[in-house]
Unconditional design. Structure first.
Length: 367
């Protein structure tokens, strides 16, 4: 049986493997946003024994075609869904959401089996029946809750609650000596299939708890639960406390390692930065040094320029040869007061063959 259009439109858009669990089909485009108002109920769903039913009106089931067209407001399509609902999770909520959206005008009745019936046919539960009743009551899609629901639906039960359709996943449910407890419902044309949510179930949650039992036992011991409350032996209690201390030490060591890694990383970043700056400064220093003291540096040009100026100052340029020469008058002769020698004759009176006589006048003689 194909899900109605209203069910597909009211499911949330999911993109995993083309279609989401529980029949949440892939939708094209973005679904329109709803107005900002409270869609949930303000009170939990009532129990069936708290709801008054008008038995004066005859019980006449509606057909699937009539239900799909839409029924009057005072005559909603009464859909029934049952289960154990232990450790109520999102898979339960999605199944009830589908049941609620099967038809445009749906009144959803949910039956919850008691502890005695569940323990006999399925096994021990984590939550007791009152906790499971209360969990289903607070699901927003539920209109009415049936406590101590029957394991197999009888015609009397269907007539008592005036049920039009029964919603459940289409996988055969073998129990109580039957290959499928919903077989007679399907044959009567009252079955409305839903889809299961893959990846989550009560059994999966219990498996996780059993697998990580030591972790949860240690956590609850740390939170103040006693070993007796957790059914933990004395030796295991001491072992869990020791493991807790070891984990704390490991966590501290890990924190220190992470902090040391961060410190080393910061030091490396700083060192790399310093090395880069040093390389830049060294290149700049070497460039300035070569520019100053290199083969073609400024210092060499300065020395050349200074040497040239010094040489020019020491040996000035000779006067040009074309400049006129002036004859010098002979120096006047004078008598040396303390000398017995005659003063030298002038060059004109001296013969050519006569050697020239030179006089050295010392400072003593001058005095």
């Amino acid at each position: 049986m194909e899900l109605p259009t209203s069910s597909r439109l009211n499911t949330r858009k999911r993109r995993k493997d083309g279609s989401g669990p529980n029949g949440a089909a892939e939708l094209d485009g973005i679904p329109p946003k709803m107005s900002r108002r409270s869609l949930g109920l303000r009170e939990p769903a009532p129990f069936s024994d708290e709801v008054e039913i008008d038995y004066s009106k005859p019980y006449i089931r509606v057909t699937y075609e009539e239900a799909m067209r839409g029924t009057p407001l005072d005559r909603p399509v009464r859909v029934y869904a049952d289960g154990i609902f232990d450790l109520f999770h999102s898979g339960h909520a999605r199944a009830l959401m589908q049941a609620k959206n099967l038809f445009p005008n749906t009144y959803l009745i949910v039956g919850v089996c008691s502890d005695e019936l569940t323990h006999n046919f399925k096994g021990f539960t984590v939550m007791n029946e009152n906790e499971r009743y209360d969990a289903v009551q607070h699901c927003r899609y539920v209109d009415e809750v049936v406590r101590n629901a029957p394991w197999t639906l009888t015609p009397e039960f269907l007539a008592e609650h005036r049920i039009d359709f029964v919603a459940h996943d289409d996988i055969p449910y073998s129990s109580a000596g039957s290959d499928d407890v919903y077989k007679h419902i399907k044959e009567a044309g009252m079955f409305a299939p839903t889809q299961r949510t893959e990846g989550i179930s009560t059994s999966d949650i219990i498996t996780r708890i059993v697998r990580d039992y030591d972790v949860y036992a240690r956590r609850n011991l740390q939170r103040g639960y006693t070993a007796k409350e957790l059914n933990v032996s004395f030796i295991n209690e001491k072992k869990y406390h020791l493991q807790e201390r070891v984990d704390k030490v490991k966590k501290r060591v890990k924190d220190v390692e992470e902090k040391s890694k961060e410190f080393v990383q910061k030091v490396e970043e700083k060192s790399i930065d310093l090395i880069q700056k040093w390389e830049e400064k060294s290149r700049e220093f070497i460039g300035n040094f070569l520019e100053m003291f290199g083969p073609e540096g400024a210092l060499k040009h300065m020395l050349k320029e200074g040497k040239g100026r010094m040489l020019q100052a020491i040996s000035p340029k000779q006067s040009p040869s074309s400049s006129p020469t002036h004859d010098r008058s002979p120096s006047p002769s004078f008598r040396w007061p303390f000398s017995t020698k005659t003063p030298p004759s002038s060059p004109a009176n001296r013969s050519r063959n006569e050697p020239a006589v030179t006089y050295d006048i010392s400072e003593d003689e001058e005095d």
